[in-house]
Design a binder for this molecule. Structure first.
Ligand code: C2E
Ligand code: CA
Ligand code: CA
Length: 633
């Protein structure tokens, strides 16, 4: 339209000089009419644009008074057009009191509007936070442009804005969930390890100590099961509150998972300071917790502590050190704390070394089996041979099974080892059958971890079929504690195996805490009384009483009883007197090599040996030293 102004200006200038001709007036009229039509069209376009955009549009004058608005702006600000026009834009801005840190980014843009309009800076506004006419707060995202007239003077501004409250909330929630635990509002594991990493990095000179406390609620599963998950959750929230109140600013409290919390103590001058905090936690955590409804609940916590020292442990190592210490605290009767000790570190390394060595043990042929006779007191004969594994690593001293079996269980290597044992024993039974014409019954130790994988049963069945062995010739020994780790799956597998005709014994009986009620449901044939009770015979009346009761109880349940660890004549006589069915122990024989066991079976079969005479021969052999165990993990 510039040309129109120019044209009219020229004409007016002309008019000053001369009278305007009719023709000229006509021309003016014509041009003006065309311009008016163009203006209408462009206004209409502008109107459509304003109405259809998703953004609110506000026109402001230099005082910040709203001069025009599109329908979307009215909608977003919850106000009628009539009322909006002429209002002060400041009416919708929220003063800064409630400003939060994260919104500061927007403040630069806010200032841009203020400077654009040159508003009297009597108030600073919470950047990005506006309110509707009805006082509903919302988060705004906007851009502003100055409007400038022909002579280059500012006349005001046009503001394009959006309500991004929902979007912002979603983003904040995603961010929150990635770093915080919803139940307690504490930092989560990711957040905790992240902060710990940078704390360790900052502490390069190691002049100050960083302490990690892993806190585990004692018997939380019991509380959860007895009182319900709601109470459990409520309790975790209260514990979280107590922990938060115990630490200094700068320290961090997190919930790692379930009922496990972690605390990071930064900037300590002495490592022992961690113990002071731990003591406070033990004290505070065992104060009764009063829940919304119901009686107060009392709990306690066990704490494992690891502190950065001269050795530069990384964050993962520090956490797992604290977890090892936690296990010790729990083993010491709970409601206590323990520091990670360097010996624990040594043990952990030893464990790793054994695991590495185990990897090649089968391929290198480092395992072999020994067999120990189990004697029937009624028949006065060898009833069974217990198969016991031996490991002699190629380039190290022998390692005892009670050391490497638990390590193999933990690392998952027990599956392969167990398979090797099965194969070796099955082949041995077959060999004895071919040589002696009888199948001696053999007891095999099965780790409960191994039993719980279904492959065990299949592999077992295959082997028995492959060697054409009678199922009844094999006994499986499972420890009481192993069975109790996962009673449901174990029961399931045991029932299936028992249905195949295999005998099942419960080993080391008396060392676990299995309920008799549960034992009754297991398809058991034999109960093996742990050797620690046998050793008590002649030493402790209490132990003797336990042995008597266990034998009676087993018989009442229709089970046979083996007593292991029979080392003396006194042991044997007591057991005979109390109706024990079978005995096993050094008094008769140590575990024997295949050749020695074969000789023993042959002699018995030929009638040249009565096992009850074995003690004399055994005491001769006992003078020969057995391979010592050099590794103590
Ligand atoms: P266990 O099943 O309780 O085996 C009995 C242990 O007591 C054997 O130790 C045996 O040598 C020992 N023993 C037998 N009679 C006497 C005695 O009169 N006095 C004393 N002091 N000890 C006696 P071993 O062979 O060192 O086995 C230790 C443990 O390792 C076994 O305890 C068993 O739990 C496990 N184990 C052994 N072989 C295997 C195996 O092939 N597979 C699995 N999963 N575990 C095995
Ligand atoms: Ca056993
Ligand atoms: Ca045992």
């Amino acid at each position: 339209m510039d040309y129109l102004f120019q044209y009219v200006a020229n004409l007016i200038a002309e008019r000053d000089r001369e009278v305007v001709s009719l023709e000229a007036l006509d021309r003016i009229h014509h041009v003006a009419e065309r311009s008016r039509q163009e203006l209408e069209i462009s206004n209409a376009r502008f109107q459509v644009l304003l109405e259809s955009t998703g953004e609110g549009v506000l026109g402001l004058d230099m005082e910040g008074i709203i001069t025009f608005a599109n329908p979307r702006a009215c909608q977003l600000l919850e106000i009628d057009y009539q009322e909006l026009i002429g209002s002060d834009v400041q009416r919708f801005m929220v003063p800064a009191d409630a400003a939060s840190e994260s919104d500061k980014v927007v403040s630069i843009r806010e200032q841009k509007v203020l400077t654009l309009l040159d508003l009297p800076a009597k108030a600073t506004y919470d950047p990005g936070r506006w309110q509707t006419a009805t006082g509903e707060p919302f988060i705004i995202e906007y851009s502003a442009e100055a409007t400038i007239n022909k002579s280059g003077e500012r006349t005001g501004a046009v503001l394009l804005f959006l309500n991004i409250t929902q979007q912002r909330e979603n983003e904040e929630r995603v961010e929150y969930l990635a770093n915080f635990d919803e139940l307690t509002g504490l930092a989560n594991r990711t957040n905790f390890t992240g902060v710990l990493k940078s704390a360790i990095r900052r502490n390069v000179r190691g002049q100050r100590y960083i302490g990690i406390l892993i806190i585990d609620t004692d018997h939380f599963t019991v509380i959860n099961e007895k009182l319900g998950q709601k109470v459990g959750d409520e309790m975790l929230r209260m514990l979280a509150e107590r922990l938060k109140n115990l630490v200094r600013p700068g320290d961090m409290v997190a919930r790692l998972h379930g009922d496990q919390f972690a605390i990071m103590l930064v900037d300590m001058d002495h490592a022992e300071n961690a113990a002071i905090v731990a003591e406070k936690i033990n004290r505070e955590a065992s104060e009764p917790i009063s829940l919304d409804d119901g009686a107060p609940v009392t709990t306690s916590v066990s704490i494992g502590i690891a502190v950065t020292g001269s050795d530069d442990r990384d964050s993962d190592e520090l956490i797992s050190a604290a977890i090892s210490a936690l296990e010790i605290a729990k083993a010491h009767g709970r409601n206590t704390y323990r520091f990670f000790q360097p010996e624990m570190q040594k043990k952990a390394e030893e464990k790793k070394r054994v695991q590495m060595m185990l990897r090649s043990a089968i391929d290198n042929g480092e395992f072999h089996m020994m067999y120990q006779p189990i004697i029937s007191l009624r028949d006065q004969k060898i009833a069974t041979a217990e198969a016991l594994i031996r490991w002699h690593p190629a380039d190290a001293d022998p390692i005892r099974p009670d050391i490497f079996i638990p390590i193999a269980e933990e690392s998952g290597q027990i599956g392969n080892i167990g398979d090797w044992v099965l194969g070796s024993v099955a082949a041995q039974i077959k060999a004895w059958q071919e040589k002696l014409g009888v199948y001696p019954s053999v007891a095999i130790n099965v780790s409960s971890k191994q039993l719980r994988s279904h492959e065990f049963r299949e592999r077992f069945q295959d082997l028995i079929r492959h060697h054409n062995l009678p199922m009844g010739g094999v006994e499986l020994e499972l420890t009481e504690t192993g069975v109790m780790e996962d009673p449901t799956t174990t029961l399931d597998e045991l029932v299936k195996l028992h249905d195949l005709g295999v005998s099942i014994s419960i080993d080391d009986f008396g060392t676990g805490y299995s309920s008799l009620d549960y034992l009754r449901r297991l398809p058991l044939d034999i109960l093996k009384i742990d050797q620690s009770f046998t050793f008590g015979i002649g030493e402790s009346e209490h132990d003797e009483e336990i042995v008597r009761v266990m034998i009676r109880m087993a018989h009442a349940m229709g089970l046979k009883v083996i007593c292991e660890g029979v080392e003396t004549k006194e042991h044997l006589q007591f057991l005979k007197a109390h109706d024990c069915d079978y005995v096993q122990g050094y008094y008769f024989s140590k575990p024997l090599s295949v050749d020695d066991m074969t000789d023993l079976l042959t002699a018995e079969k030929d009638g040249t040996l009565n096992v009850m005479d074995l003690p004399e021969t055994a005491s001769e052999k006992a003078k020969v030293p057995v391979a010592p165990a050099h590794v103590s993990v």
